[in-house]
Every structure is written in structure tokens, then in C-alpha cells.
Design a protein. Structure first.
Length: 664
């Protein structure tokens, strides 16, 4: 209980005011600074009022410290950049209608020679004679050098980008003021060594790696740095969320990736399916983890083909009979692929006579000491945040085996699951790979947590140049809501223009106009000044774009204008796919999902070699809506966080009329 404040008399208050004024004038020395006692952030009160995470609960403290140690780290944008982009977002007009050319992804970021110099940090060599401190010291030294080198390349890229924008600006009137554009923004990549160590561990124990790419923009999720890092691995490219772009775009991306990487296999998947008829909660459809049989067979057959290649000796071994005689494959030889096709997550063990027999050291010794092949085939899943790694795992098992959230970076530790007794799956935490791509593009694709994005106006300006957001949300221009200005001019008879009172003005949209119009439509205002809450509106719109509530997708580089126009339902819509847009009622509450610190610091960890995974699917998951209201909405409605911050929901309820708001 906080100490009770002592009452102060009027005379004492007057003396305090005079002392403060004297200190401000410099007539009196300032008092000694007092040390403020703050309650640690890790300490919070539970339902009973007791402190959670105190010294009396060491397990909770250890869990919180482990989660914070694996918290993703990024750069901080300078205040000058934030102020400049906010000002430009309110002045730069948006080009309407949007050209169809923006629907084709430019390949400048991937053909740029500077992007080939980027790389992912590699783990330095080590041996069992080294101590833990020696290994960690070597890793820290290598990582610091890599971080310094990567920052230099990014700064050079930013400088060159700024010069190119100045050169491309038209200079028809040298004396006139040049048009202003958004300043080049930096790019984000993972700066926490602990998170990179998770990737190192997964690539070391995995024999086949599934690299998951968002089918809306696959090249962004497979940068040259990652391709170079995995050059010595057996990898398969998996296009997730294939239901959003549509069949035509997905097949175009598969063809393009085959041309770009001829030696790699590409497989599309879908991770969610609508529940049975009648499974509707509060008038909205519900979805559950499920991988259709056609996609399952295609994925399993591709893994089977790669496994068959690994059973064949390399060419130089084939040409040497002595080497060929001693050569043994590095993977398990015999795998029951029929069992893999129908598996839904068996316990660790092998099937003998229809029964599950657990593996033990005694049983392995009876099988023979000469058999040194691995006990199972290890398949790793890696990729950037929010590409659907955990969702694909849940779809393979047909139930919620691992935590999946709409907030990027939900998985912190890598997790192991046994698909069958012969196949083990490893889920790696999502890492933002180094790539010469602007921050706004990374936010649009959902790589970065929206709650940690500070340059909201700049991101909305970039998204508005690619999608007609004012048309998608059916917004009214803020200027159109102002009362008309009466015309007090006097006109002679017969000279007054007929269209003066009835002419409709063609309003020019800016990014700030879109944010203001969306906040007005939702009745979202700031607490103190009562102005439109543009930051909350920007968060809601960016979440809808990242989560797939607003359908959009790029075409691969080199796509002809005829192909793009043939697939479009309307002209001037840019990346927008109206058939894939799902904006339902009460989405204002859903937009607040995932903004708490608990979502970004959740662990979801399991022991490294454990075949068991805690099942996080609560019984009330289907009865709980995103952000604490309603049921699941859209194809991403199944990704509901289980440790949402209740204090944030309570703060949202203080806004007047917020509960009665309806989505556009």
C-alpha cells in the first residue's frame, strides 16, 4: 500500500512556490536530486493482489529474464525523421488513380550488387575442448564485426538511394522549388545475438530445411543474405498463404522462383480452412488449422524427393570405389512415407505390429552397434516473422500444437515436434534478415511488430501509394465534412455561374487525410485534446494489411501489363485484391490485438530434444475474440493470443462510443 501523503498548509505551499522561482532565477541553489523508487517492470500484481515475478518466485523471474533475453532488437528511428515524415504525409498528394505498374514488384533490391554483399552471421568454429565462456566470447566477437559491417553497407545504400531520388526529380524550372519526396528510410534487421543463436542451432540439427515465404511478396522473405547462408543446405521453398493472392499470382511466382533458383523446389500451402457449416460466432466465420490433402501430398512428396537425393553419394565419392565402400548417408535410410501422409502428430516412438514402442538405449543396442544412422529425419522450418511457420506446424498436426499469433515474433525458442517416429520437425523463431529494403515495405508485409512501429504516417503514405485505402474503407474526405462556405459575392443579373453552388470539388487525398478520415469513421479521438487519433487508426490499418484482412499481392518482376490487367477486377486499384478482402464488424477491437508487451515477450519454449509440445489451445479459444471481444474474424481469426494484456483492453473501453463502432 503506498504511503499516505502528508497535508500541506497554504503557507507551506507559498514557500515552495517562492523557492522554485528562486531556483529558476538562479538566486537559490537547486536541491539534491532524489532517487525515485520505481517498481520493476517484471513485477505486476495478480488477481489476488500478490506480486508476480517477485524474489519469492524465482521460476517466474527466470522465465521473464529468458523472454527478455530473446527479445528482438532493432534500430531506433531519429526524431528528425519522424517529424519530417509526419509533415510530408500531410502535404504530399497521393496519385490517383493508381497505375497498374505498381502491382509488379521491382527487382532493383535484388539485382543491386550491394545486396549481394550482405550476409547472415555464421557461427564460428568450436570444439568440445573449449569452455562455454570461450565459445560465447568468440560468437560475440564475430557478431560485433558482422554488425559493424552490415551497418556500413546499409548507410551506403541509404546515401545512394537519396542521391538517386534527387537525380530523378524533374528540373524543368531550375529556379523553382524542387518537389519534395519522403526521405529514404532505413532497413530493419535482427540485432540480438541470442535470436541468431536459435537459427544456428536449427540449421545445425536440421537435415532438410523448409524456408517459408509469404506468397504475397516471396522475394522479400528470401533475400540474398539468407540464400547465401543456406547455400550448403538442402532447402525447399514453401509459399504460405496461397489463398490470398490467388492461383494466377502463385503460379507466376513459382515459375519466377524456378528461373531464379533452378536447383530449388517450390511448394505452395494453405494453413487454414473454414469450419463446418453452422460454425458461426456472432455472425462471423471461423477457421481452424488444416492443410488440404492436395497441398499435404505435394509437400510430403517434395520432402521425399529431397530425402532420396540425400541417399545418393556425391559424384566424387562414386568415382572412388574405396570411398564409396565406406560411404554412408547422413540421414535415416528407411522412412514410412505413407505414415507421414496420414500422420497427425504421434508420440515419440516407432510402430511395431500396430503398437507404439518407445525408443530406448537398450532397444537401440539390440538393433546393433554397427547401425550409426540417425534415428529420425530432422526437418527445420525457418523464415522471417509472420510468414506462417507455427501455423503450418499446426496445420500439419490438425490442431494447435504450438503458439501461433498475428503478432510477429511470437515464437522465441526453437521448438521440436515429432511428426512421426521417423520425422522430427523443428520450428525456428522468425528473424528479420538483412536486406536492402525500406522499412515501410517491411511493415506492409508484416515482418515488424506494428506496435513497435513509430513512423506510422510514413508507412501509411507508402501503403496508400500502392492501394486505394480511401476506397477500400469507403472513407469520406475530411474536407467534405466541413460546412460549406457561403458565397457572399454580388453578381449582376445573368452573370452568376450556374455551377457555383452545385459543383462538386475533387478533393486531393494525402496520407494524413486517410488517417483522419478513418479515425473519424471509428470515432477514435485522443484523450486530452479530443483530436482524431491518427496513430490508433494507422495501427489498425497496418494490421489489416499485414494480417490479410485487406487482400493484396505483388506480381513477380517482369510480368507483362496484359497479364496484370487481365487478373484485375477494376482499374486503378494497384495491389488490391477485392475478392480476398475481409473487413468485418467490430474490427476496431481486433486491431488492438497483439499490442501488449506480453505478446512480444511470450516464450512458447520447449526443451531442445523433447518430442512433447505443450498444447496451448484453451477450451475458450473459440469463444474469445481478438482483443477481448467477439469471435474470430477472417482467416487469421484463429491466431488469438492467450496472454493479452488486460490493462490495454480496459484503457480502450474508456473511449466514448467505442464499443458501438462498426467496421467499414
Amino acid at each position: 500500500m503506498p504511503p499516505r501523503r502528508k497535508p500541506t498548509s497554504t503557507r507551506q505551499k507559498k514557500a515552495n512556490q517562492q523557492l522554485k522561482r528562486a531556483i529558476k532565477r538562479g538566486d537559490a541553489p537547486p536541491p539534491d536530486p532524489k532517487q525515485k523508487t520505481r517498481k520493476p517492470k517484471s513485477l505486476r500484481r495478480g488477481p489476488t493482489g500478490s506480486l508476480i515475478g517477485s524474489a519469492a518466485d524465482p521460476s517466474t523471474v527466470a522465465a521473464i529474464q529468458a523472454a527478455r533475453r530473446l527479445q528482438s532488437a532493432f534500430i531506433t528511428l531519429p526524431p528528425q525523421f519522424l517529424e519530417q515524415t509526419k509533415l510530408l504525409a500531410s502535404t504530399l498528394p497521393l496519385h490517383r488513380p493508381i497505375s497498374n505498374d505498381v502491382a509488379v514488384l521491382p527487382d532493383t533490391a535484388w539485382t543491386n550488387p550491394a545486396s549481394r554483399e550482405l550476409s547472415c552471421p555464421r557461427r564460428p568454429k568450436w570444439n568440445f575442448d573449449m569452455t562455454k565462456k570461450q565459445v560465447e566470447r568468440n560468437e560475440e566477437g564475430v557478431f560485433e564485426k558482422w554488425l559493424e559491417r552490415t551497418d556500413q553497407l546499409v548507410q551506403i545504400w541509404q546515401h545512394l538511394t537519396k542521391e538517386e531520388e534527387i537525380d530523378t526529380q524533374p528540373d524543368e524550372n531550375p529556379g523553382a522549388e524542387q518537389p519534395v519526396a519522403m526521405p529514404p528510410s532505413p532497413t530493419y534487421f535482427e540485432r540480438n545475438l541470442e535470436v541468431w543463436r536459435q537459427l544456428w542451432r536449427v540449421t545445425e540439427i536440421s537435415q532438410i530445411i523448409l524456408v517459408l515465404l509469404d506468397s504475397r511478396c516471396p522475394l522479400l522473405h528470401f533475400p540474398p543474405s539468407l540464400a547465401q547462408y543456406l547455400s550448403d543446405q538442402k532447402i525447399i521453398l514453401v509459399l504460405t498463404k496461397a489463398d490470398i493472392p490467388g492461383h494466377a499470382r502463385v503460379e507466376a511466382w513459382i515459375s519466377y522462383l524456378h528461373e531464379l533458383y533452378p536447383h530449388l523446389r517450390v511448394v505452395p500451402v494453405e494453413s487454414y480452412v473454414e469450419k463446418e457449416a453452422g460454425a458461426v460466432h456472432q455472425g462471423r466465420k471461423q477457421f481452424e488449422p488444416h492443410l488440404p490433402q492436395t497441398f499435404r501430398e505435394r509437400l510430403v512428396n517434395t520432402i521425399r524427393e529431397v530425402h532420396a537425393e540425400m541417399l545418393q553419394p556425391p559424384d566424387k565419392v562414386k568415382n572412388n570405389p574405396a570411398w564409396l565402400k565406406k560411404w554412408k548417408p547422413a540421414v535415416k535410410r528407411v522412412i514410412d512415407w505413407d505414415n507421414v501422409l496420414t500422420a497427425r502428430g504421434l508420440k515419440v516412438g516407432s510402430i511395431v505390429g500396430g503398437a507404439t514402442v518407445p525408443r530406448t538405449k537398450e532397444r537401440d543396442a539390440e538393433a546393433g552397434e554397427e547401425d550409426e544412422e540417425p534415428e529420425y529425419l530432422t526437418v527445420g522450418l525457418i523464415g522471417q516473422p509472420n510468414v506462417g511457420k507455427s501455423s503450418l506446424l499446426n496445420a500439419l498436426f490438425g490442431e494447435n500444437k504450438v503458439r501461433a499469433s498475428r503478432t510477429p515474433g511470437k515464437t522465441k525458442h526453437f521448438q521440436t515436434l515429432f511428426w512421426t517416429p521417423d520425422v522430427r520437425l523443428v520450428d525456428c523463431p522468425g528473424l528479420v534478415m538483412p536486406n536492402l529494403v525500406p522499412m515501410e515495405m517491411q511493415v506492409l508485409c508484416g515482418i515488424l511488430p506494428i506496435s513497435r512501429v513509430s513512423a506510422v504516417p510514413s508507412c501509411i503514405h507508402h501503403a496508400s501509394e500502392l492501394l486505394p485505402l480511401e476506397r477500400i474503407y469507403r472513407l469520406a474526405h475530411p474536407a467534405s465534412l466541413l460546412p460549406p462556405v457561403p458565397d457572399k459575392r454580388t453578381w449582376r443579373e445573368g452573370t452568376k455561374p450556374e455551377s457555383t453552388d452545385t459543383q462538386e470539388k475533387a478533393f486531393v487525398w494525402t496520407a494524413m487525410d486517410i488517417l483522419t478520415a478513418f479515425a473519424n469513421a471509428k470515432r477514435w479521438v485522443t484523450a486530452k485534446a479530443g483530436r482524431p487519433d491518427i496513430h490508433r487508426a494507422g495501427n489498425a490499418m497496418l494490421r489489416a494489411l499485414a494480417e490479410g484482412k485487406v487482400g493484396w499481392a505483388f506480381w513477380p518482376p517482369g510480368t507483362t501489363a496484359t497479364t496484370v490487367t487481365a487478373d484485375m477486377e477494376d482499374e486503378g486499384i494497384g495491389l488490391w485484391i477485392p475478392r480476398a478482402t475481409i473487413i468485418e464488424e467490430e474490427s476496431d477491437q481486433e486491431s488492438e490485438d497483439g499490442m501488449s508487451e506480453h505478446d512480444t515477450e511470450g516464450t512458447g519454449s520447449v526443451p531442445e530434444e523433447s518430442g512433447e509440445e505443450p498444447d496451448d489451445s484453451d477450451d475458450d479459444r473459440d469463444d474469445k475474440g481478438a482483443g477481448g471481444s467477439g469471435g474470430a474474424s477472417g482467416r487469421f481469426g484463429v491466431l488469438l493470443n492467450q496472454d493479452d494484456d488486460e490493462t490495454e483492453d480496459e484503457a480502450d473501453d474508456d473511449d466514448d462510443g467505442e464499443k458501438d463502432d462498426k467496421s467499414v
